[in-house]
Design a protein around this ligand. Sequence first.
Ligand SMILES: [Fe+2]
Ligand SMILES: [Fe+2]
Length: 146
Amino acid sequence: MVKDMTETNLRSSYAGESQAHMRYLIYSERAENKFPNVARLFQATSFAEKVHAGNHYRIIKSKGDAVTTSGAIFGTTSTSEDLQAGIDGETFEVNEMYPAYIAVANLQGEKAAENSFHWALEAEKTHLDLYNKAKQAVDKGKDAHY
Ligand SMILES: [Fe+2]
Ligand SMILES: [Fe+2]
């Protein structure tokens, strides 16, 4: 069994990643006509969030229902706002959530969870960078270039 605090963090990050996965798919659809490269960026990051969610999920071995809590972003109406929402979510994960979860997992000797959080953290840094660059382009009315 995974220790309680790390398991709570796995559930919470599973929930957060699951919602990010879906949000980015929705954002991708919105960007498709005007900003096709941003749409592809959202698709790629959405897939990465699915991988993170799956990695976290598979470490949790206890059965049954559990309430999960995670940040959720609503109310965006444009690709610029979608990118800002992405930037806000990724910034929280990079600066606060994953470093704290990694520290707890390390303290508790939960190596699989620590690794899963660490891999996600490294990817979120890339997402943050790509979203910042994409937002600069979109705010000038241009598509992103890679
Ligand atoms: Fe993620
Ligand atoms: Fe991410």
